[in-house]
Design a protein around this ligand. Sequence first.
Ligand code: C2E
Ligand code: CA
Ligand code: CA
Ligand code: CA
Length: 278
Amino acid sequence: GGNGFAFFEAHMQADVRDQLDLARELRAALDGEAGAGRLQLHYQPKVDGSSNEIAGVEALLRWQHPLRGPVGPAAVIPVAERFGLIVALGEWVIAEACRQLAAWRSDGLTMRVAINLSVQQLRQPEALLQRFEEALARYRIDARQLTCEITESVAMADAAATEAVLQHLGALGLALSIDDFGTGYSSLAYLRRLPVSQLKIDRSFVQDLETSADARAIVKAVVELAHALSLEVVAEGVETTGQAAVLRGMRCDKLQGYLFGRPMPAEELARWAKDTPA
Ligand code: C2E
Ligand code: CA
Ligand code: CA
Ligand code: CA
């Protein structure tokens, strides 16, 4: 950190310098420095396809920046990955999700939370496992309340290494989900070997369900494949009642998207969960 960057900085392009500024500010936010803004997780409901009950939530990173305003994960995550902050950020996410589960439990709300893992966290498996163990113990959380979402491209990138770390996470009791499914090129043989319990169909397919026969065919095939492998299927990015109807017709297990609820702060999610009729 600090002044070691100064020499290189003089030779950098403006956009890289911007990213470096953001990285420094993120470091400060992670350290809890005053004026660095607040990191938060927002929670988006996943609902059961047949009962409409809340089936869990996905934790999504938010950063209220004092000068820039809200900075979304699409800007934060690549910067964190590039400047070596993603492991620290990921550790904060794990601890914060467990802290929130304990807080909800005190309010009488039992919840399941899915968190997103970055490829670099999987490359340090010992540290990752230890952080999960620490957070679960500290907040007395049952590992089965946590799901790790790993994108399909990440899961397929380094098959042997990924398989090993997923086996360890699964052995801890965590559920594993393949995110953005359909956008990568999975080998089915490999998929079968991974201890995953869930596939999440990417929003790009869900978006086109009402207008594209191809999208419908792909989604239908993924749902059938998943069920044949005894995996649960979640559709992300559901925005219309028409999309939800098509997905329900295909027996998609869980639905997630703005139609049901946007990512929201923890207190709001708790109210949402209590107001949603079972
Ligand atoms: P993702 O895991 O695919 O998450 C879904 C994204 O779609 C979220 O964007 C969510 O807010 C948005 N979304 C949900 N429902 C709808 C909908 O109905 N319509 C539309 N148009 N969008 C919807 P967000 O929060 O900006 O996150 C973007 C990506 O950043 C995530 O994609 C995930 O890959 C990554 N990310 C978010 N939080 C974390 C984190 O804590 N750690 C890591 N490593 N990555 C994260
Ligand atoms: Ca996700
Ligand atoms: Ca996703
Ligand atoms: Ca996606």
